[in-house]
Unconditional design. Structure first.
Length: 416
């Protein structure tokens, strides 16, 4: 049995695979959920990068306008299922390249605001070339308070490997100084082939020097359907690099806000995934609720058609057993590098130790977690194993699922 499967069987205490079926609920159960996050996907890019697995297609202005109309239609279909205005923690725009639709962001935010009151800010993912005064001002006017810039690297070797243009650091620095945001995050990728710690250290320093107050340092994933050059880094080297990144950032006084992210200032936070429950709108967007995990179609045309028929554009639905839902919860909570037993009990009405006493005991004995002031924290070793497991999860589950969904708008089923 493969490692990812064995772990799933053990944690869920069931041989049943995660079964995603080609079925959709037209009504979603989010009305009673206490903390819901919102995500909007914009699937358009000017140029397509070979390493990137996300759902995107070449930008066409007419198609983009039809997409926005459908997107607002989906927001309304779901939003009106809740009486009154529901509180939502955050709203994130990801892609793709959301700034290509900058003229529509205000309209989309307004549509969301008809049904949800966002309490912790609005975030938008940007390409380095989007970081100019005009775009930043238009985002600010739409209510955006956080931005995340997909730099990946400032080093020419890594950029060449990823097929990305060099970011104009002076222009970015100047625009950020003129138009400040509560959170300015920079995405960096680590463990690209032949990358050294010195390369990464320079990337981290440059990110903070040009005005970021938060950095997301993602491990490079070589998706089977991506067009990557140059292979991957060995596991031992990755581990050493991961440890050194942590030591370097913590030595500089940056606070680890999740397994991959570091904040230079308190209050700087950018994460669409660390939510107990979330609703996703747009192509390929996912929703995680107490009873199900669902994924919208990856096809822009089919998305527009479905919403045009006033049907939700759901492609696949996974219905959770209670135990599976708990494992999902723990997986995403552990991403923040801490697990608060009170949050678990609040969500499931049962003590964490009662459900996962053996797993917690073994994880502590193996030095993966430690308990301080009633909260479990991932140790340095725990962070590495989280990373290791997440890599398995990404390659065993996400790679397979996205590989199918890129080709088939509405598959019958996928068992993982
Ligand atoms: C939707 S993407 C890009 C956002 C924006 N369109 C850009 O190009 O800058 C969000 C982030 O995912 C990360 N990412 C994309 N592909 C990745 C891969 N194969 N491995 C690791 N991280 C990846 C990158 O850091 C990227 O900035
Ligand atoms: S990395 Fe960004 S610009 Fe490149 S294809 Fe992915 S979403 Fe588009």
């Amino acid at each position: 049995m493969k490692k990812a499967t064995a772990l799933r069987v053990w944690l869920t205490r069931s041989f049943k695979p995660f079964l995603f079926r080609g079925e959709a609920d037209e009504r979603l159960n989010f009305q009673e959920v206490k903390r819901v996050g919102l995500y909007v996907h914009i699937p358009f890019c000017e140029t397509i990068c070979g390493f990137c697995p996300y759902c995107k297609s070449p930008y066409e202005s007419k198609k983009a306008a039809r997409y926005v109309k459908a997107l607002i239609g989906e927001i309304r279909m779901i939003g009106k299922q809740c009486a009154g205005v529901k509180e939502a923690t955050s709203l994130y725009f990801g892609g793709g390249s959301p700034a290509l639709l900058r003229e529509y962001i205000g309209e989309i935010v307004e549509a969301v605001g008809g049904y949800f009151r966002v309490t912790q800010g609005i975030g938008v993912e940007l390409r380095p070339s989007d970081v100019n005064v005009e775009t930043l001002l238009s985002l600010k006017r739409a209510g955006v308070s956080k931005i995340s810039i997909g730099v990946q690297s400032f080093q020419s070797a890594a950029l060449a490997q990823l097929g990305r243009p060099a970011p104009d650091t002076a222009a970015i620095k100047s625009a950020l100084a003129q138009v400040p945001f509560e959170t300015v995050s920079v995405d960096l990728i680590f463990a690209t082939p032949r990358q050294t710690f010195e390369d990464l250290r320079r990337d981290i320093d440059t990110a903070f020097a040009i005005g970021a107050n938060h950095a997301a340092i993602y491990p490079f994933v070589n998706f089977s359907f991506a067009q990557n050059r140059g292979g991957t880094m060995g596991e031992r080297e990755k581990r050493a690099l991961l440890y050194r990144i942590g030591e370097y950032c913590e030595g500089k006084g940056y606070v680890r806000t999740s397994v991959w992210t570091f904040a230079k200032e308190s209050g700087a936070l950018y994460s669409s995934m660390t939510r107990d429950n979330f609703l996703g709108f747009g192509c390929s967007a996912t929703s995680l609720l107490m009873d199900q995990f669902k994924i919208n179609t990856f096809s822009v045309d089919e998305y527009i058609n479905r919403v045009g028929e006033t049907r939700l554009p759901t492609s696949l639905t996974l219905r959770f057993t209670r135990r599976q839902r708990m494992v999902y919860y723990l997986f995403w909570t552990a991403y923040t590098a801490r697990i608060d037993p009170r949050g678990f009990e609040d969500t499931f009405g049962v003590a964490l130790e009662k459900e996962f006493g053996l797993e917690l005991f073994l994880a502590r004995a193996a030095g993966l977690i430690e308990k301080k002031n009633g909260i479990y924290r991932l140790t340095r070793r725990g962070i590495y194993y989280y990373y290791y497991f997440e890599q398995f999860y990404t390659l065993a589950y996400i790679d397979k699922m996205w590989g199918v969904m890129r080709k088939t708008a509405f598959p019958d089923r996928i068992a993982l």
